[in-house]
Design a protein. Structure first.
Length: 282
């Protein structure tokens, strides 16, 4: 498996099959979320309540999550839901374990993993060399890419990756995410504004505080559907090719191998595609 360090893609170096696949994700997500007309009340905090940690147990899978990464992990009616919540439950089932979700802020997840307070990190995480240097990464379970959320009236300004990468306005990203890395490395003329959650960034676009928000393609389409009444929409270009992975403590190679074996099994028997398709239309 070849991993791509996040960088801005041009039309010439972006594979047509990947491009078509991500556009298909977008089209189907617009169908899933764009017709609902729902809109967040903006009242929920992105910060988690103090987590209750439990010690390691052979009968429990402790899954660290950050509930501000829709459609991967988020809350609906106060309950955790999303693609990775479903996959975590399936993982625990196949390991004959009980799943326990440990909700943390994004920046606290990797320290919790390193300190053995959680067994696995499942929170809409992309592979990056920086993360791979400190925690073990599982086999990727799906491809994604970074996209921009913009106001509908401005879509013509951002029809190509280069037009987005060369912009001089304010660009938002969720702190600590691949989107932030991409803006830092590939948006030389922009002013980076970071947010605690993707939803805060989407609201900033709608309020005119920033011109664009950069985030994972599935999250951008989810936000576009959620905030469609505020006039936001995805810009067409996919800006990078990313791999969605989970994190495991480097001192736990047995769990890493067990998870990788499960991903391979799910991929071969169709279970992985079934669950992913339910959430992102792949």
């Amino acid at each position: 498996m070849i991993f791509v360090t996040p960088k801005l893609l041009s039309a010439g170096n972006f594979g047509s099959s990947v491009f078509a696949r991500l556009l298909l994700i977008g089209a189907l997500l617009i169908g899933l979320f764009g017709l609902s007309g729902c809109e967040s009340d903006g009242g929920s905090s992105s910060k988690s309540s103090p987590a209750t940690f439990i010690g390691p147990s052979p009968n429990i899978l402790r899954v660290g999550v950050s509930a501000d990464m829709p459609p991967f992990v988020y809350k609906q009616n106060g309950q955790l839901t999303g693609l990775e919540i479903d996959l975590a439950r399936m993982m625990a089932r196949d390991m004959n374990k009980e799943v326990r979700f440990i909700e943390l802020d994004w920046e606290d997840l990797m320290p919790a993993l390193q300190n053995n307070k959680i067994d696995i990190l499942m929170a809409g995480m992309n592979y990056t060399p920086q993360r791979n240097a400190i925690i073990a990464m599982t086999t990727p379970y799906m491809n994604s890419g970074q996209m921009a959320l913009v106001m509908r009236k401005n879509t013509q300004k951002y029809g190509l990756p280069g037009l987005i990468g060369n912009m001089k306005g304010k660009v938002g990203a969720e702190a600590g995410t691949t989107g932030e890395f991409l803006v830092q490395s590939s948006f030389p003329n922009a002013t980076l504004i970071t947010y605690d959650s993707a939803e805060e960034g989407a609201q900033a676009v709608a309020d005119g505080e920033i011109e664009v928000l950069i985030h994972d393609a599935p999250t951008i389409y989810w936000l576009a559907g959620t905030y469609q009444n505020r006039g936001v929409t995805p810009a067409r270009p996919v800006l990078s090719v990313d791999q969605m992975v989970w994190g495991v403590n480097r001192d736990n190679p047995e769990l890493l191998q067990e998870v990788n074996n499960l991903v391979a099994t799910w991929a071969s028997n169709g279970e992985l595609n079934r669950v992913v398709s339910r959430w992102v239309g792949m």
